[in-house]
Design a protein around this ligand. Structure first.
Ligand SMILES: [Zn+2]
Length: 170
C-alpha cells in the first residue's frame, strides 16, 4: 500500500467532477486500499479527487479501530434516499487544512455503491456516518464543505488557508 499526496485548495482538481467507474477491477481496488491508508493518516473520509484522481471513489471509516475492518470502500456512491430531518456537525477536510465549521445536512441517507469486489451494495447511514458519506460524495461533484457556508465564512476560511499555505511555500 502507499500513502498518496493530498491536494489542498485552491487546486483545480478539487473543483472538477469525477467520472463513474465502469468496473471495480484490481487496479481500482488497489487505489481504494491506498486511499484508505492515506485517509488513516488523519481523516475519517477521503474522495479520489483529493488524491488527484477523477474517479467516483470514496473511502470512509468512522470506527475507533481504524484497521479497515469497518471501512466502507465505495465506487459510484449514489444517495437514493435522504431524510427530511437534519443534522448539524462541525466538519473539516484534509483538503482545507485546519478549518472547521458547522454544516447542516440530512440526518439519514441510503446509499448504493459498488464495493472493492465490484459487488453492488446498499448502506443506510445516520449522524456522523451520514455526514461523512455526503461530504465525500460532494467532493466527487467538485463541491467542498465550505460551499455550504455563507460567503463571508467561506471567504474567511479560504483566505486563512491561502495565507498559511503561501507561508509554508517560502
Ligand atoms: Zn473533504
Amino acid at each position: 500500500m502507499a500513502i498518496l499526496k493530498i491536494l489542498t485548495i485552491p487546486d483545480p482538481i478539487l473543483r472538477q467532477k469525477a467520472e463513474p467507474v465502469a468496473k471495480v477491477d484490481a487496479e481500482t481496488a488497489q487505489l481504494m486500499r491506498n486511499m484508505l491508508e492515506t485517509m488513516y493518516v488523519g481523516g475519517i473520509g477521503l474522495a479520489a479527487n483529493q488524491v488527484g484522481v477523477l474517479k467516483r471513489i470514496v473511502t470512509v471509516d468512522i470506527s475507533d479501530e481504524r484497521d479497515g475492518s469497518k471501512a466502507l470502500l465505495m465506487a459510484n456512491p449514489e444517495i437514493i434516499w435522504s431524510s427530511d430531518e437534519k443534522f448539524t456537525y462541525k466538519e473539516g477536510c484534509l483538503s482545507v487544512p485546519d478549518s472547521f465549521a458547522d454544516v447542516v445536512r440530512p440526518k439519514k441517507i441510503r446509499v448504493k455503491y459498488l464495493n472493492e469486489k465490484n459487488e453492488p451494495k446498499e448502506v443506510e447511514a445516520e449522524d456522523l456516518l451520514s455526514v461523512c458519506i455526503q461530504h465525500e460524495i460532494d467532493h466527487l461533484n467538485g463541491i467542498l464543505f465550505i460551499d455550504h457556508l455563507s460567503r463571508l465564512k467561506r471567504n474567511m476560511i479560504v483566505k486563512k488557508v491561502e495565507k498559511t499555505c503561501s507561508r509554508q511555500d517560502q
